[in-house]
Design a protein around this ligand. Structure first.
Ligand code: SF4
Length: 310
């Protein structure tokens, strides 16, 4: 299976089965805090980057393996999923396969296109991000493809709110000293009032990111930002696993696949896979010695990540 991964622990969705609609790493942005890596194809061109029928085959197989042990099917992955021209068809295909709720995690940059908004209508939950309201901070944090304008993106989000009946959880990721300045937070508050999402979820840099200068906010600064943004804003809590006992055939391979998607802590792995932490430690030690993965300390936590081949 090339286009599904996990189930992965997610601070927002519990245990989710990820579905990847674009290869690593095709995106409209090149965010300084991205945990997937640098954008290698930055574009606004919508294409069938990965074939819809192969994605649906993978999802079918993964559902067979994992059964009901997932809380959400999460369309996200290694870049911006709305760049896949067939996203509407894929959502419909997944809906035909399962009643597990489906979430789309998007940077929201293409919601200014009427066809993209229409294609997402069948999702149960759409989770767009919005990290800035002023052009210079948008360019500093998200480093968008040149034609993208923050005013049009905000308008697209507001239009989507009017047309879509499902849940919208807007995520704002704050980087210390970049988009956490008072004027930007006040601007965000105004814009959020126009967009009317069901929730605003505040996040910060919790995993190793592409730029070393993308720093997290302290808990007290996050609290201040939450207060400034007002009711309906929450700080995304650290993941707390559900303790599902998920069957697995080849644990080592699953660990590698999870680590290849994004850096994870031993605790993440233990909770996702329902495996004792001592067992996870043994596997991580073995894979590290074999040079298949490496570790890195970030923000006082130990993360394991993929070794990039030259
Ligand atoms: S939008 Fe998401 S995938 Fe794209 S660069 Fe930003 S964080 Fe990475």
């Amino acid at each position: 299976m090339k286009y599904t991964y996990g189930p992965v622990p997610s601070r927002r969705l519990g245990i989710s089965l990820g579905v990847d609609l674009v290869p690593k790493k095709v995106c409209t942005y090149d965010c300084i805090y991205c945990q997937i890596g640098r954008t290698t194809l930055q574009t606004v061109e919508r294409r069938e980057y990965t074939p819809a029928h192969s994605i649906l085959q993978d999802v079918k197989q993964a559902l067979g393996d994992w059964g009901d042990n997932v809380d959400y099917i999460a369309i996200s992955g290694s870049g911006e999923p709305t760049l896949n021209l067939k996203i509407g068809e894929i959502i419909q295909g997944i809906k035909d396969l399962t009643s597990i709720p489906l979430a789309v995690i998007t940077n929201g940059s293409l919601l200014c296109l009427e066809e993209v908004r229409r294609e997402l209508l069948l999702a149960d939950l759409v989770m767009p991000s919005l990290d800035a309201v002023t052009s210079h901070i948008f360019h500093t944090v998200n480093r968008p493809h040149p034609p993208l304008e923050i005013t049009e993106i905000i308008q697209g989000l507001a239009d989507f709110r009017r047309e879509y009946k499902g849940q919208i959880w807007l995520e704002t990721l704050l980087c210390r000293g970049v988009n956490d300045v008072r004027g930007e937070i006040e601007g965000l508050k105004e814009v959020i009032r126009t967009i009317r999402p069901d929730k605003v979820q505040l996040n910060t840099v919790v995993r190793p990111s592409v730029e070393d200068y993308a720093f997290p906010l302290t808990p007290s600064k996050m609290e201040s930002a939450k207060t400034a943004l007002g009711d309906g804003t929450e700080i995304i809590a650290e993941f707390e696993g559900h303790g599902h006992a998920i069957p697995w055939k080849d644990l080592e391979e699953k660990v590698i696949r999870l680590i290849h998607r994004r850096p994870v802590t031993p605790d993440d792995l233990s909770k996702t896979l329902g495996v004792h932490d001592l067992e996870v430690t043994k596997i991580l030690d073995k894979l590290t010695k074999e040079g298949k993965i490496k570790y890195r300390v970030f923000n006082q936590r130990l993360y394991y990540e993929a070794v990039k081949r030259a």
